[in-house]
Design a protein around this ligand. Sequence first.
Ligand SMILES: [Zn+2]
Length: 310
Amino acid sequence: MNKFHAVVGAALLALAAAAPAQNRALGVLNSVIGGGGGAAIANPLGNLLAPAMATPAATAAGGNDLFALLSQAGDVIDEAREIEIGRQLAAVLLGGKPLHPDLQLQRYVNQLGRWISLQTTRPQLPWSFAVLDDPGFNAFAAPGGYVFVTKGLVDRVDEAELAGILAHEITHVVDRHHLNALRAKARAGIATSLVASQLRNNLGGAVQAQLLALGKNLYASGLDQGDEFDADRNGVALAARAGFDPYGLASVLQQLRTETPDNPLFTLSLATHPPAQQRLDQLASAMGNRLDGLAGKQRMTVADRLARRR
Ligand SMILES: [Zn+2]
């Protein structure tokens, strides 16, 4: 939907004040994962803020190598490097916006997202879903399985709508939309002009500067419209496969359609996505009435769901 990739642009710009927020975010994440995840669930965000050299993928390919890899045409980026690129971007995004402190809500969104991700062709990715403490209406993903939604979004949708949004973001990850866009930007040399100022401000250090410059550029400008329409269409099918009302996403788009671009809570998400009406038209022609039989399930609000779990 509205997704929301855009908050990231703001998050990246907020880097200078990031350290305390990063520490808070990490603490919440550890609580979330330590408290309810279960032993079988990996903790991909647990070492999110550790130095890049601390992970096996980074040891094999440090930030400079990752950037070189992105810049080369033709080479396949293996999954370990894809995850490492996403981890580095996600660390920056988390640094700009703290996680919401409601651990019950974090667990719920994480479990909902993981359930949907299990229905994809890439269930083995270290999927992680988190709610950012931000009143805006936004959602975004990073390569390798990192997905974030804002509290302002969660407050305005029901469960089927949230499932539709997560499925849209999950589709971006499964189809490597951000990774491919980063590669295109790297090959076009977009990072070069941005790196100098990043280094001057000592944001992330020299190793990650080029990667972060690319990410900042990508999340501020958004993906191609074609990728967005694909994520809408495939996300609807994915949400239905996971057992949710396939009209959840369309319902959110209808909500967005009535928002004016000058509402600050929606400004970023509207700016980085095709117009909601256009997305609805595309969805309508793709869906027809094929999914009507799956629609009309009883509405479950997020608040009701959480109350049942308490
Ligand atoms: Zn999108």
